[in-house]
Design a protein around this ligand. Structure first.
Ligand code: CP
Length: 314
């Protein structure tokens, strides 16, 4: 692949290759000296048009640990504020010869569009409600390490499915790896026609959680609700918030996941989120750095092959 724009175009073998490499980077990141020269001499620019803690910090750390020159664009202070378009901004940065461009944008499809205009590798750090590929990959690595495999698992994704790029990327990735996917949430937060994606849909949390191996919780994404139905947080927590009682319907060794940022007492009980016997939320964050290192390393290898073989990059 030239870019990492989504999970959709990835073959299961490419996912496995990336996760295997990420496993090696987990080991590197646990050493005292966290250094590799996989991206030495390359320039990485991070452009986040939407807020981020985990994704931005881990892409920055990933690039630095691999020896890249990393620049974080402050989009709030950029000429976007003077009316410059996304494409003109991207073309301007492209003229400075970056090798890797990491982009988060509130509009679905914006990152794909940008990738068509630049001649460096583009990584999608989340676009609207479309895709968040590195989140799905880090979730997959977390599951594989916790469960010892990434196939034939029963996985529940719960909450605001309709507005979630995390859910969309996970449904594709976990489906490609032949897992059983259950989506649980109120009908108002379930995308129309989602049953055609080979998933089971449940309105009742206890029914949906029955005997699952993995429980993945999602945040209510009010910023994408466009003034439509916004459930009362109290009522939502009562019906869909994960607590010890509802988790009791899953397998006794089921793991609890959340991509973050989480709203304690809305979609998840705070004590359960902190329970290291069930929750792998901190492991997800750790896997995020390793997965982003692996993704950029693999794209850089392609980049170097093209430069040496065909001179595509100038
Ligand atoms: N999971 C995730 O994308 O978190 P951030 O918005 O903090 O990057």
């Amino acid at each position: 692949q030239k870019h990492l724009l989504g999970i959709e175009p990835l073959h299961p073998s490419e996912i496995t290759t990336l996760l295997d490499l990420a496993d090696q980077y987990v080991d590197l990141n646990r050493r005292d000296v966290k250094r590799s020269d996989a991206l030495a001499g390359l320039t990485q620019i991070n452009m986040f048009f939407e807020n981020s803690t985990r994704t931005q910090a881990s892409f920055e750390l990933a690039g630095k640990r691999l020896g890249a020159d990393v620049m974080n664009m402050s989009m709030q202070a950029s000429s976007i504020k003077k009316g410059e378009t996304l494409i003109d901004t991207a073309m301007t940065l492209n003229a400075m010869h970056p090798d890797l461009l990491v982009v988060r944008h509130p509009h679905s499809g914006a990152v794909d569009l940008l990738a068509q205009k630049v001649n460096c590798a583009v990584l999608n750090a989340g676009d609207g409600r479309h895709e968040h590929p590195t989140q799905a990959l880090l979730d997959a690595l977390t599951i594989r390490r916790a469960k010892g495999r990434l196939h034939r698992l029963s996985i529940a994704i719960c909450g605001d499915i309709a507005h979630s790029r995390v859910a969309r990327s996970n449904i594709m990735l976990l489906g490609k790896m032949e897992n059983r996917i259950r989506l649980i949430g109120p009908p108002t937060l379930m995308p129309a026609g989602i049953e055609h994606f080979g998933v089971e849909v449940f309105e009742d949390m206890r029914e949906g959680l029955k005997d699952v191996d993995v429980v993945m919780m999602l945040r209510l994404q009010k910023e994408r609700m466009d003034g439509g139905f916004i459930p009362s947080e109290r009522e939502y927590y009562h019906r869909y918030g994960l607590d010890a009682e509802k988790l009791g319907f899953a397998k006794p060794d089921a793991i609890v996941m959340h991509p973050g940022p989480m709203n304690r007492g809305v979609e998840i009980d705070g004590t359960l989120a902190d329970d290291i016997n069930r929750s792998v939320i901190q492991e997800q964050v750790e896997m995020g750095v390793a997965v982003r290192m692996a993704a950029m390393d693999l794209l850089a290898r392609n980049l170097r092959t093209r430069v040496e073989g065909q001179g595509v990059y100038v």
